[in-house]
Every structure is written in C-alpha cells, then in structure tokens.
Design a protein around this ligand. Structure first.
Ligand code: DUT
Ligand code: MG
Length: 156
C-alpha cells in the first residue's frame, strides 16, 4: 500500500486522521478543523473555505481529489464548490475544503464534522505534440454536448 506522509497542524491536534469509513471506501473522510467550541454557519447560497488542519506530501504521480459527501448533498444541499478539488503533488500547504450551501437552510459546521472526502489517485504528465495535420478520424468526430441524444434510451 502506498504510504503518504501527513502532518497535523496545530489547529488539527486532537482530531482523528482522515480514515476510510469502510473496507472498500474510495475516499478518506476529511474533518473540519475549526476552533474548538467554535462553529461555522454556512448560509444558503454562501461558500466558505474550511480548514482540515492537515498537510500532505503526495509522491510525484499522485494527486488527491476533494470530493463532496453525498449524504450532506442529499440532506442539506451542501457540496464542494470546486469538486473535485485538486491537491497537487507538490502542494505542502493545508488541505482546505471549499464548501457551498445549495440548500435552503443555514448549515452549521462543528469541529470534527466529516465534511468531504479525499480520493488519492495517480495521474500522468503527457507531452503535447502540436500538429498542423488533421487529427485521426473517429465515429464521434466533433459531436458533443448531447450529440448522441439527451433523453433516456436515446433519440432513436
Ligand atoms: O479544494 C482544494 C483545491 C486546492 N487546494 C490547494 C491544493 C492545490 O495544490 C492548490 C492549488 O489548487 P488549484 O490548482 O485547484 O487552484 P488554482 O486556482 O489553479 O491555484 P494555483 O494557481 O495556486 O494552482 O490549492 C486545496 O487545499 N483544496
Ligand atoms: Mg492550479
């Protein structure tokens, strides 16, 4: 299993490290590291950058994606605005979560609340090779944005 160095920042002390909630979970649950006793209220339509109290050293070739938790999205309309947030392998600052409240009620965040999940994934750097030639043809060609039909079962 790939090992990734993680540091708990001072305001993250006392909080559990991100963990997989089940044996097959893809994401490590991230917790809000807001001040003890403090709370953060996200009004409907508002966004806020929530600290996790953690920084990571991802190895080259790995990224981490900050993804919403579907339970918060379904129940409260709370999501990650820039989903999936991208943590670069060379980033050493604090991992932060940009939460947004698409719901109709204020959403209260307390310290330690599981607010998002972090999926660590491999990526590749590619070399872009500019060409003046026509690109290799495909059946799709330049069809996009519903070119294969938007209603269920297609438009046949
Ligand atoms: O949800 C996120 C997204 C990003 N970051 C941090 C880690 C990432 O490596 C850095 C830059 O993110 P990104 O490339 O998405 O933002 P940018 O607007 O392109 O900023 P930059 O110019 O710093 O790359 O910000 C977070 O902590 N949480
Ligand atoms: Mg960037």
């Amino acid at each position: 299993m790939t090992k990734i160095a993680i540091r708990r920042l001072s305001h993250g002390e006392g909080l559990p490290l991100p963990a997989y909630a089940s044996a097959g979970a893809a994401g490590l649950d991230l917790r809000a590291a807001i001040a003890p006793g403090g709370k953060l209220v996200l009004e409907p339509g508002a966004r806020d950058l929530v600290p996790t109290g953690l920084s990571l050293a991802l190895p080259p070739g790995f990224e981490a994606q900050v993804r919403p938790r579907s339970g918060l999205a379904l129940e409260f309309g709370v999501s990650v605005l820039n989903a999936p947030g991208t943590i670069d392998s060379d980033y050493r600052g604090e991992v932060k979560v940009l939460l947004v409240n698409f719901g109709t009620h204020p959403f209260e965040i307390s310290r330690g609340m599981r607010i998002a999940q972090l999926v660590v994934a491999r990526y590749e750097h590619v070399e872009l090779v500019e060409t003046a030639e026509a690109l290799e043809e495909t059946a799709r060609g330049d069809g996009a944005f519903g070119s294969t039909g938007v209603s269920e079962g297609g438009d046949a």
